[in-house]
Design a protein around this ligand. Structure first.
Ligand code: NI
Length: 194
């Protein structure tokens, strides 16, 4: 009997923990400043010099990648894959997504530099930059790791997380896409989220 009671308590505790684990993230992302939530509000400048906020993308899935234009390898390959995945979507599907590249290197990634860079990948890719404090705020919201490396010969690199965030039509975190996935696999993953 005693054994059975213990089992019951363990089962109940497990169910409560599981419920908390499922319910808590949903509750948490209601407030944009909740510590555990991924994503939040931002106000940045796009590659045309226009001020844009997260609210401008409501009604579309935001596909957000953080990086910088001087990145030697990971950023360009990932952005190339994202744009190939977008090409694999139908026109209607493509209109339902907003691919966004947010720089982690605002000192060097000016509006003009971003304009040239994003155009090389996809006409629909939005490039966002901002003041160092605005960029620091958005990377914090998305829990993106950013670390400038030591300067050598006047140049520096920026180590950063390589995560493709998918935010739902209300701007809440929905899923993360594998940056190493092939373009067709990525397109299939995006289509499933639409
Ligand atoms: Ni990079």
């Amino acid at each position: 009997m005693k054994h059975r009671a213990t089992f019951g308590i363990i089962l109940l505790a497990s169910v409560l923990l599981l419920t908390a684990a499922i319910v808590w993230p949903r509750l948490a992302h209601r407030g944009s400043d909740s510590a555990g939530a991924v994503g939040g509000q931002f106000s940045l400048t796009d590659q045309t010099g226009r001020t844009v906020t997260d609210a401008d993308f409501r009604g579309r899935l935001m596909i957000i990648y953080f990086g910088y234009t001087w990145c030697p390898d990971v950023c360009p390959t990932t952005l190339a894959r994202i744009s190939q995945a977008l090409d694999a979507l139908t026109e209607t599907e493509r209109r339902a997504v907003a691919p966004i590249f947010i720089t982690v290197d605002p000192e060097r990634d000016t509006v003009a530099r971003l304009a040239e860079y994003v155009a090389a990948f996809s006409p629909s890719l939005v490039g966002l930059t901002g003041s160092p404090s605005a960029i620091a705020a958005v990377t914090k919201e998305f829990h993106v790791y950013v670390q400038k490396t030591a300067e050598t010969g006047g140049t520096y690199y920026v180590d950063h997380s390589s995560i493709i965030f998918v935010m739902d039509r209300d701007g809440h975190f929905r899923a993360a896409l594998d940056p190493a996935a092939t373009a067709p696999a990525m397109a299939a993953a995006i289509r499933k989220l639409l």
